[in-house]
Design a protein around this ligand. Sequence first.
Ligand code: ADP
Ligand code: MG
Length: 318
Amino acid sequence: MEFRLIDRIRERTALARGDVRLGIGDDAAVLAVPAGQELAVAIDTLVEGVHFPRGTAPAAIGWKALAVNLSDLAAMGAAPAWALLALTLPSAEPGWVDGLAEGFAELAGEHGLALVGGDTTRGPLCLSVAVHGFVPSGQALTRAGARPGDAIMVTGTLGDAAGGLRLTREGAMPDRMRVDHAHLLARLDRPTPRVRAGLALRTRAHACIDVSDGLLADLGHLCAASGVGAELDVETLPLSAALRTVFGAAAARECALAGGDDYELCFTVSPEDVTDVESALAAVACPVSRIGRIVAGEGVRVPGAAVPSSVGWDHFAR
Ligand code: ADP
Ligand code: MG
């Protein structure tokens, strides 16, 4: 039974890469790292009832489990190559596993990533995805390296996933026929990892992090790793029209500062490189905004804004 499930996953995620000497089916995968490259590896776990509500569509779970990991590779400036999938299932439901594999494969295909192995066990629904990506030796982007005077920039818009989560929790059911509700829910269920932006930033950014726990929390991590502080211009936070329409400007700003699950990239560059970064990201169709500056000292300040008392993902815990 388990083998048939594995076959279903293998068929649906099949993607040929010359560097996969041996993929799913043996005791271990055998993989060739190109000369001159280093491996960036990351793993993230999604637990039903903690990271996604019971009843979430399997394709959305498969997509998101990979997306959160690709976002980590993007933040390192790494090019995705391979993944492992450890799957714990309460029962062997082929239709459900097919959906999961298809959601995973849709995003994996966009980035030429091959699923090369994994593990399948019985138990409460939970999945771990491990990803492997390449980065030229010594060129990985890290959280350290931000310098006082740097411009702070962020891709895309912030707070949409937190808005989508609020929609699913507040008394009224979200209205999927409403374009703005659908936008926020899609941002929560199917985040877009900024892989191509990460590659473009590799030679340009001083420091980079992906926004998974909320801007204040994650920029705080970047500052701590770099030994600097940050000052944000609250008026420049990129907010989607959908978020502002549904919640109003003040709540939208709070979602942008403290809400998690956006999977955008926050990074710092020399002020004189801002224009170059803007055109490099435009070339990969990735919107970007300048939202503040790195300062000497520590901590993240947002002059003129009432900063939410508790920051980060827990603020909007499901
Ligand atoms: P073993 O007991 O030797 O670890 P398994 O029966 O667990 O072998 O796995 C058989 C093959 O199927 C291995 O190549 C493994 O990597 C792969 N595999 C198992 N589960 C999954 C999964 N959920 N996704 C992808 N590959 C898997
Ligand atoms: Mg095994």
